[in-house]
Design a protein around this ligand. Structure first.
Ligand code: 5GP
Length: 199
């Protein structure tokens, strides 16, 4: 048996809502031929979303059943809904030597760091707080003042956690530059890893 088979790399990408994580992650995945983990969630499906592609949309009971069966690598409650990373596809892709990207919130990110300390932790920051505010306002159109306030408070708390616990911070000012920064960070880590195995 070949015991030197290359293990893959797990990359956690987090950042406040409205920072542009999803677009950034999709581009990184395409350019690195990486695997983007599809999360499970109990939140309602959006009109443009596809079950099994954007998320696995589960009932609260089904989510709890899978959680109790240990099927999530991590899970968290965000804005009153549960989100979790299905464990099996991630473990399989890592065993296959792939780069796996998890786009998850900071609570989930910290759980992954606990169970897989070798995971890379990348946090996406807005160029300026007022810019993030503007994007959150845009996204929260139709929500009341209290809900908007909640989103903002949560974004601030996420940024505090990100600054305290994540290893790499990337400012998403220009998307193409931010994508390149994340790719450079991952590739640097892969190079260091392969130098270590060669020694
Ligand atoms: P949305 O409902 O806007 O797609 O996602 C809301 C938040 O949940 C985002 O911050 C997103 O990163 C986070 N999220 C999505 N999937 C997961 C997951 O599997 N685990 C955790 N912990 N957070 C997730």
């Amino acid at each position: 048996m070949d015991t030197s088979a290359k293990q893959g790399t797990l990359v956690v990408i987090s950042g406040p809502s409205g920072v542009g994580k999803s677009t950034l992650c999709r581009q990184v995945v395409r350019r690195l031929d990486a695997v983007l983990s599809v999360s499970a969630t109990t939140r309602p499906k959006g009109a443009s979303e596809m079950d099994g592609k954007d998320y696995y949309f589960l009932s609260p009971d089904e989510f709890q059943r899978q959680r109790q069966a240990g099927q999530f690598l991590e899970y968290a409650e965000v804005f009153g809904h549960y989100y979790g990373t299905p464990r099996q596809p991630v473990e399989q892709a890592i065993a296959d030597g792939r780069i796996v990207i998890l786009e998850i919130d900071v609570q989930g990110g910290l759980q992954v760091k606990q169970t897989m300390p070798e995971a890379m932790m990348v946090f996406i920051l807005p160029p300026r707080m007022d810019e993030l505010l503007r994007r959150i306002e845009k996204r929260a159109r139709g929500e009341d003042a209290e809900a908007r306030q909640k989103r903002l408070a949560r974004a601030e708390a996420e940024i505090e956690t990100g600054k305290a616990h994540y290893e790499y911070w990337v400012v998403n000012d220009r998307l193409d530059q931010a994508v390149q920064d994340v790719i450079d960070i991952i590739q640097q880590r892969l190079e260091v890893g392969s130098q270590k195995t060669e020694q």
